[in-house]
Design a binder for this molecule. Structure first.
Ligand code: UDX
Length: 440
């Protein structure tokens, strides 16, 4: 294995940009490739096209050091790199549960014809089981060099912690066919392996499945506690205490037991749906039929938040002023893909409410996707004269709001805490009618 492999990263979305920057930070020479000229212009100018704490600083640093550049040329990256990471997206297909693999297929078939020496191509995209074998066949039939090899190396980064998760992953999953491929990957990830990151060596199918299994488990954990929240609402119990209590059992664990509006984003929802679709094709749909419930429980929370708001408005949304705090699918992100907050905002807008949405980072994205909603420039602007405040994404600045201060701005002191992050006693003491999911 070369002492210091040269690296290409195909696809400069969330995963690819983070991976390219972090590989350069580890000391490698890296080229990022994208087919989107506008994205490349931004990146070349040192701008990260999405919000991710710490990433812009790191991009500037590695660009300054000359270790990272960007191109749209597959010929150029083929000439340059010893290891190619494929980091393109696999979104949900329109009107279907299945994942859309067109970008993965395009990346492999654009790269393959240029591969005239033995290199390693590493799939990082989240794909249905069986994709790696197909991409291996594609390389075998279309690459001029017959020794090109494939590996699969899923990525588990969380938005908002992308740099940390990439540089210090919980584990490295290396799906390989040969010892040579294993050695290449061990060389690339040597800095992490030396600092103790566990390595799990697998075949292709397992590597592909690890990612969807992990995300299915996380989604199930969230929907489990949200199902308990429904029961709590019917019994007078408090789901936040319930989560705390069961979370002390180390076998269960407290993390990912925050009941509320549920999961959204570019990963969990589409990954469980794609898993359902793939399981059907494989004839094992029964094995993952519970994921239908996970999805359904998750979506019911959105409807429940709308009901809670409606109760506080005495049954009618018409012409009521509603402040929606949060648009991103979670805090510390500007990502609005499948955002529960915006889904709810749109739903109450359709019911006739006068909705004003505020988010610290996601307003530009929200405006594009929901041009019919109204947006405020600050949380205070959003809540001014409101009949109801709905906290739907738990940004720090919303958690830290003073009920007294906000109380002087609104018309009526009604609040729905869609993420269970406020102290009910404190808000009630300040004269608010406080409602939340899964607690009284
Ligand atoms: C997720 C996985 O965590 C990550 O490992 C994978 O690589 C990609 O998908 P991400 O989508 O960035 O990462 O967000 P995450 O922090 O996992 O949150 C997902 C959603 O679940 C958010 O909408 C969040 O608000 C929600 N959530 C999370 C809850 O509702 N309750 C919780 O207890 C935790």
């Amino acid at each position: 294995a070369p002492a210091k492999p040269r690296i290409s990263v195909i696809g400069t979305g969330y995963l690819g940009t983070t991976h390219a920057v972090c590989m350069a930070e580890l000391g490698y020479d890296v080229i990022g490739l994208d087919v989107d000229a506008a994205k490349l212009d931004l990146l070349r100018a040192g701008t990260v096209p999405f919000f991710e704490p710490g990433l812009p600083e790191l991009l500037t640093k590695v660009q300054g050091g000359g270790r990272l550049r960007f191109t749209d040329s597959y010929a150029e990256i083929a000439q340059f790199a010893d290891v190619h990471f494929v980091c393109v997206g696999t979104p949900q297909r329109k009107g279907e549960l299945a994942a859309d693999l067109q970008y993965v297929e395009a990346a492999f078939s654009s790269l393959a014809p240029h591969l005239d020496r033995k290199v390693l191509v590493v799939g990082k995209s989240t794909v249905p089981a069986g994709t790696a074998v197909r991409m291996e066949q594609l390389l075998a039939s279309q690459a001029p060099c017959k020794d090109v090899e494939l590996a699969w190396n899923p990525e588990f980064l969380r938005e908002g912690f992308a740099v940390q998760d990439t540089l210090h992953p919980d584990r490295l999953v290396l799906g390989v066919r040969t010892e040579w491929a294993e050695q290449q990957l061990r060389a690339v990830f040597a800095p992490m392996i030396e600092s103790g990151t566990p390595v799990v060596l697998t075949d292709f199918a397992t590597a592909e499945l690890v990612k969807v299994a992990a995300n299915s488990f996380l989604a199930t954990k969230i929907s489990f506690i949200n199902a308990m929240a429904e029961v709590c609402e019917a019994t007078g119990a408090d789901v936040t205490k319930l989560a705390e209590a069961i979370g002390h059992d180390a076998r269960i664990g407290r993390r990912f037991l925050n009941a509320g509006l549920g999961f959204g984003g570019g990963c969990l929802p589409k990954d469980i749906r794609a898993f359902i679709a793939r399981a059907q094709e494989l004839g094992v749909d029964q094995a993952v039929s519970f994921l239908h419930q996970v999805d359904a429980i998750n979506l019911r929370r959105r409807a429940r938040v709308v009901d809670l708001g409606q109760e506080l408005l005495d049954g009618s949304w018409t012409d009521r002023r509603v402040a929606v705090l949060g648009a991103a699918f979670k805090p510390d992100s500007d990502d609005i893909r499948d955002s529960p907050a915006l889904d709810v905002a749109a739903a109450i807008g359709r019911r006739g409410a006068n909705v004003l949405v505020y988010d610290p980072q996601a307003l530009d994205n929200a405006r594009q996707l929901y041009p019919d909603l109204q947006y405020a420039a600050s949380a205070e602007d959003a809540v001014r004269d409101a009949d109801l405040v709905m906290l739907l994404t738990e940004w720090r600045e919303f958690r830290d709001m003073s009920p007294e201060r906000i109380g002087t701005l609104v018309r009526r002191r009604n609040i729905v805490d869609g993420r269970n992050v406020l102290d009910p006693a404190q808000w009630r003491a300040a004269g608010w009618v406080y409602r939340a999911l899964g607690r009284q």
